[in-house]
Design a protein around this ligand. Structure first.
Ligand code: GN1
Ligand code: MG
Length: 358
């Protein structure tokens, strides 16, 4: 991608080398080298984020808050252009931003030891906790209804009426299983009117690859702040459970490798609550396992809906890719359901009064 965008940062285009980086599904991410310095260049997918300046504005506000209240917190903010802009729009090219590459940092696509799960969870917990005094009303909604499970289920139902007939016929078992688990949507709807649940600054994409670590496996910071919006803790805790509990990711085709590792569950709870213990109500904590069900189920629905709609959202690298991802997530969900009681017992020590366990 020869890119005139770099000239906005005062770089000489012919001295820049750009290579794709990471496994993000939505935005283009590249690593840019210029005169011995490394940067991350991202092009925002503006079909999905229809107003990327809202993202830039949110990140700007968070940066100001951290600088003022927690100057020691490591926050990766975009590099400003020569004209002091944090995002660049070029009519024929799109929306871009640049970050300094954090030297010595590493990322993981899967979690290979429980200490990494603890650290990842601690980082996301810290992010929300430090922002507890930030007024959530100031945040723009970059993706309306992003984690609205009720709406995701309705979109799935619409796809069953309007989507690809052959694909629908060929994935009946997945459709049936999702319908059978609809109680997960009902619980979400109850949460929305439950006064013991609070909306906080929520990351909404807490997969392990969104945490930067140092070479010794210590968490440095969280990245990918495009979906930071007001939300419930079940979004963040749930996506950690979805992506740290199993040794393999949503891309794994050999489902026999999908497992729920109990010690990793404990590490996520301990890591997240090491920061969030005093923030969450007892009732919220009692939904920790539900959080995993919520996010795995929603991700399965999103992948299946996309498969039925001919892969218009996530795209597909091979025929049936999104159906495979959906089935992978459904196996993960089934495994979680089998261990629900054992896992819930691991949260109990954090619940100080007799809150009902969900
Ligand atoms: C997308 O693009 P990426 O990989 O950061 C998606 C998340 C999903 C994830 C599944 C805006 O995230 O919600 O959990 O794929 N982001 C958006 O891998 O839809
Ligand atoms: Mg993301």
């Amino acid at each position: 991608m020869p890119n005139p965008i770099v000239t906005f940062y005062g770089f000489k285009e012919n001295e820049c080398v750009l290579k794709p980086f990471g496994n993000g599904l939505i935005n283009y991410t590249g690593i840019l080298e210029y005169r011995g310095h490394k940067f991350i260049l991202q092009k925002i997918n503006s079909t999905i984020f229809t107003d990327p300046f809202l993202i830039a504005n949110n990140i700007h506000l968070l940066n100001i808050f951290f600088k003022e209240h927690f100057p020691g917190y490591f926050f990766v903010s975009p590099v400003a252009t020569v004209q002091n802009k944090e995002m660049v729009y070029l009519p024929d090219e799109g929306y871009f931003r640049l970050f300094k590459f954090v030297d010595g940092s590493v990322t993981f696509d899967t979690v290979d030891n429980a200490a990494i799960a603890f650290e990842g969870a601690r980082q996301f917990g810290m992010f929300t906790k430090l922002l507890s005094a930030f007024n959530i009303k100031k945040l723009h909604i970059t993706l309306p209804d992003f984690h609205n499970l009720d709406l995701r289920y309705k979109q799935f139902e619409v796809s069953l009426k309007q989507g690809d007939k052959d694909r629908i016929k060929a994935c009946q078992p997945a459709i049936e299983f999702i319908k059978e688990q609809k109680y997960i949507v009902d619980i979400f709807n109850d949460i929305q009117t439950n006064t013991n649940f609070k909306k906080r600054v929520t990351h909404h994409d807490t997969k392990i690859s969104n945490v930067l670590f140092d070479k010794n496996g210590k968490g440095l910071c969280v990245i990918d702040l495009d979906t930071v919006m007001p939300g419930y803790f079940i979004s963040d805790a749930g996506d950690m459970l979805r992506t740290y509990l199993s040794p393999v990711s949503e891309e794994e085709k050999d489902f026999s490798k999908i497992q729920i590792r109990e010690d990793y569950f404990q590490a996520i709870v301990d890591g997240y609550l090491s920061e969030m213990q005093d923030e969450l109500s007892n009732e919220e904590k009692s939904y920790f396992v539900y959080a995993g069900k919520f996010m795995i189920y929603m991700q399965a629905i999103r992948f299946l809906t996309d498969h039925i709609n001919n892969d218009i959202y996530y795209g597909a690298k091979y025929e049936g890719h999104n159906l495979m991802r959906c089935n992978n997530q459904l196996v993960l969900l089934k495994q979680l359901l089998l261990k629900e009681d054992v896992l819930q017992a691991k949260v109990a020590r954090y619940i100080t009064t007799a809150a009902a366990i969900k």
